[in-house]
Design a protein around this ligand. Sequence first.
Ligand code: NAD
Length: 468
Amino acid sequence: MQSYAMLIDGRMVNTAEQDPVINPAFGEPFATCARATRAHVDEAVGAAARAYKTWRKDEALRRQKLQECATVLQAKANEIAQVLSQEQGKPVQQAMMEVFGASLWFSYFATLQIEPEVLQDDGTKKIQVLRKPLGVVAAITPWNFPVILLSWKLAPAFLAGNTVVAKPSPFTPLSTLLVAEALKDVLPAGVLNVLSGGNDLGAELTRHPDVRKISFTGSVATGKKVMLAAADDLKRVTLELGGNDPAIVLDDVDPDQVAESLFWGAFQNSGQVCAAIKRLYVPEKLHDGIVARLVERAKRTKVGNGLEPDTELGPINNEPQFKKVLSMVEDAKRSGGRIEVGGEPLPGKGYFLPPTIVTGVGEGVRLVDEEQFGTALPIVKYKHLSDALEQANRTNYGLGGSVWSADPKRAEEVAQELESGTVWVNQHIDLSPFQPFGGHKWSGIGVENGKWGYNEFTQVQVLDVKQA
Ligand code: NAD
């Protein structure tokens, strides 16, 4: 079995102790990776702290290196995508798109212009607001989009002058280690370090005294632990956490027009998207028509091994998550929910649940109240739009939400009633490097992307100069 090494201070470092990585299409390990010790954490943070001293001073070099990171990722996209597909489960074409997306994020930040804000400049005083880097950043990522979510952290962190110690999820460490190997030849030693290991490694990083900022993407439960760990040392945190996004269909839509987009809004990446449609609210009069079209789409979806060229949906990434989604479907059945399509895992050892649509459920059922993060979508019927809006907002989550209508102006007004970081009209999950992304309520603190995401990797310094 191939073994993958970590990046510390410009060198690939492997360990005697290895962790297996499972291909979820088969439920079997297919490779192993290094397991970082406490000493590796100290080495990596130490290397990042040393590299920071010079890296922070040369913005032109940083921009050039960001562009080179973009180029090298494109050159290695195929190799990284093959491994990403095997460890994560997603179709290999989507894995390629993910790596190209990461490259796009690097090139966007390579050229993002940040001007100091001048508050006063009148001959008596010049007062400017500058943005200074923070130092060593811990970048902790989840298993659903390991490569692109890493780039959301690395690119702005580097542009601002920080150095990074990154830690991928133990379910999907390999693509991140391959990214590290590719970027090693571009970045000065110590600017990027990548450690692999379990959840305890993440906890150790968040407690390390020389880490000044934690940029974390993952679940709400872990996000709360990260914030607690950061408090003692007043480390800065950005938390990009889970969601339970509602999509509300208004009564004027043509079901044929929206069904395909609703389907992929919910099931893309096998539903393992922080901002996927996780609850679909439809008006009574359109309920049956929309259900019928989604069921028809689900039935002709090719579910399978991500490396097969015609696969549209891969497995759920890991066994605990697979069991969680299955238990939520069972719970919905017990609560009177009707399985319109799917509902049963595929035979074999892979973690496959074909797209599952459940009707006849509402608040109080886990599939509606909690984040399922998998291939099961509850459809909730509503009579009055005000009820749908109230239900959509009656949650601790607030990542994304969408409203679907033949009248975009009307939809825009309704969308703004949703309590979430992003609201979409007639689409769901459309993200780009220049627009900020983050959650309201328990879905997060702070944002990523655009100049707002950049700012999160900086601290304000006021330069106040007396001139006369
Ligand atoms: P998770 O919280 O289990 O793990 C995320 C990362 O945190 C992993 O690298 C893990 O090893 C690490 N970790 C675990 N315990 C830790 C600790 N005590 N201290 C520090 N790090 C620790 O999340 P997951 O299951 O990998 O990811 C799925 C979740 O991520 C979903 O809730 C999803 O919605 C969310 N997510 C959010 C966004 C966003 O941008 N808001 C994007 C993708 C995923």
